[in-house]
Design a protein around this ligand. Structure first.
Ligand code: CMP
Length: 139
């Protein structure tokens, strides 16, 4: 089925001017960028977005990192977009990511791992509506 997923190009990647190279990976995989904006998250917004990780030891560090520099938030659309995006991103830890994936090529560490992607249809819907209104998504 055609799906939509929420993607974030993280501060380590925007800082190194990698937005275009990362977008090329998505487009080469057949994912369409149907919404996109560059924003800088506040600590409060980052904390809310990552609320599910609140009890994890890395939560504070994660929120500070996500608020440290601009991010590019986007909606990717395509056949099986949620799983396809996770394939293109590669494993969370770049040391475990497959050749050719975004994280293998660009991520610096498990924290500074260049991209985020929704992990399931329910979280994709929630995460998309966290950042975008229906009018901002043009399929
Ligand atoms: P993401 O897909 O954005 O969702 C949660 C993030 O937490 C994850 O990517 C990682 O960047 C981050 N994360 C996971 N494990 C660790 C860790 N051990 N130390 C720091 N950050 C982590």
């Amino acid at each position: 089925a055609i799906e939509r997923t929420l993607s974030i190009i993280k501060p380590d990647a925007t800082k190194r001017n990698l937005t275009g190279k990362i977008n090329a990976k998505f487009e080469e995989a057949g994912l369409r960028i149907v919404a996109q904006k560059r924003i800088q998250l506040t600590m409060e917004q980052a904390g809310k977005f990552y609320e599910v990780h609140k009890e994890r030891p890395f939560y504070g560090e994660l929120c500070e990192f996500m608020a440290s520099e601009p991010v590019v938030v986007q909606v990717l659309e395509g056949e099986g977009a949620i799983a396809k995006n996770r394939e293109v991103m590669g494993a969370t830890n770049p040391a475990e990511a497959d050749e050719g994936t975004i994280r293998k090529e660009y991520a610096l560490s498990v924290g500074e791992n260049s991209v985020h992607g929704s992990d399931a249809p329910e979280t994709a819907a929630e995460e998309i509506s966290f950042f975008f209104s229906g009018l901002e998504i043009v399929g």
